[in-house]
Write a protein that binds this ligand. Sequence first.
Ligand code: NOJ
Length: 548
Amino acid sequence: MTTQPRQWWQSTTVYQIYPRSFADSNGDGIGDIEGIIGKLDYLSDLGIGVIWLSPICASPMRDNGYDISDYQAIAPIFGTLDDFDRLVTEAKARNVGILLDLVVNHTSDQHRWFLESRASRTSRYRDYYVWRDPAPDGGVPNDIQSTFGGPAWTLDPGTGQYWFHQFAPEQPDLNWANPQVRAEIYRMMNWWLERGIAGFRMDVINLIAKEPDRGITADGPKLHDYLRELHRETLAGRDVMTVGESWSATPEGALLYSGRDRAELSMVFQFEHVMQQWHETWGKWQPKPFDLVAFKRVVTRWQTALADDGWNSLFWGNHDLPRAVSKYGDDTTYRVESAKMLATVLHLLRGTPYVYQGEEIGMTNVPFTAISQYRDIETLNMHRLHLEAGLPESDFIVGANANGRDNSRTPMQWSAASHAGFTSGTPWIEANPNYSSINVAAELDDPNSILAHYRRLIALRKQLPIIIEGRYVSWLDEHPEVFAYTRTLGPQSLLVLANFTAREITVDIPTSLRGEWRPLLDAKPNTLHDRATLGPFETITGLAERTL
Ligand code: NOJ
């Protein structure tokens, strides 16, 4: 149980916007800030308290803004700084905070610092980035690979050295070992904080303390020193929220990032539950059947390890992941049922829930059939590498449609109007053709919609401290089809019992869960006997005066 006063970011729900694909106000086919402002009422009706904006700063957009060329300017395709200030003000008027995406592991190769750094070995910016001499044979300094495929080193013929990049060559890694780099970043962060933002989502924060000469990319020895310094220089004394993206975080590591006495970050955003589903060799490009038992084991490990300290994010999807209902539910026959089930299971756990745009209406993966339909730099690189390795293109498309990042980047489906009501022009990536039936307009006034269900869950979190503080206990750990857990706070417990399949399932109910449960999300009280039958993707929830 939390022993410190509850923080506002523990009872809020975050909504992630991928600005490029959310709402286009000027018909250029690309979402923009004005478009977001136009949807603030929709978001505040949903009940969310924070918007995480994927990057909106100036960028050549090689990686859709995760390659920033000016940290203190807004990309013209998204609008102006005035538009941004208006967004902050308008959001604040609705009790919604804006979280900026802080991408400081790397910049764009078009950032002034990199242009200067590259200009000569004696530039005063040279050491802002990671430069190394070629290996004796003229090749790369070592064999570290970039996340987007290929070596993490690219030769600059002009100065005869390689620069280090953990992502695309156009995303050179900043050298955090240089105190001047850190000071520039802190100055920039303070500049944004003074504009009234609610905090930062920190992109691949686990990578900043790389030590490539020792083969270290994630979780370098200086990582937590840097984060504590960053906190001291920017966050201390401000009531803001920070969430650190870390693909490598363990529960033990999460306690370092987010422990209450650590003065680092509010919470981590980690992916163990996601990666658990990936292929050992081919990662996400080779789909693997969903293994609920293994998945529950991961969730339970995190819920338990962070029971008394530290804080976690809860999410099914984001802009790097496939659509939740396609990945973990059933995006055809039981789309509505499974989307609601997934939402319930996630939102009643301990942690801060994140809703990725479109998840609240059950948007699905894309049915693309040709590589020309994809836009994502990672997908396109991997496609090339797969073909070079002699693998069939059709297999790659199956993998890309199952797990590729464009699944979550198609236009937000607002209505049945052309291009899902996202733009009056031609969208930068085509809309999922199912927008004619899956869209916000179709769900807005339907009390049985997925959207209405999200509204109820988000409201419930604000009302029931048990959702924030309750102790988590898992049940039926080895059951391959049902996810069962309880949360207990004082004399009260909350139950979640969810069927992850499209079949009717009958389960044996553990003795201590039998008896009456008062309604939580549905109208009817549930009395559990020794066995219970759950319909396809059905969830039973309830509250009871009992300690578990
Ligand atoms: C993680 C971001 O979420 C992803 O979209 C991006 O490509 C990489 N970091 C590089 O910034």
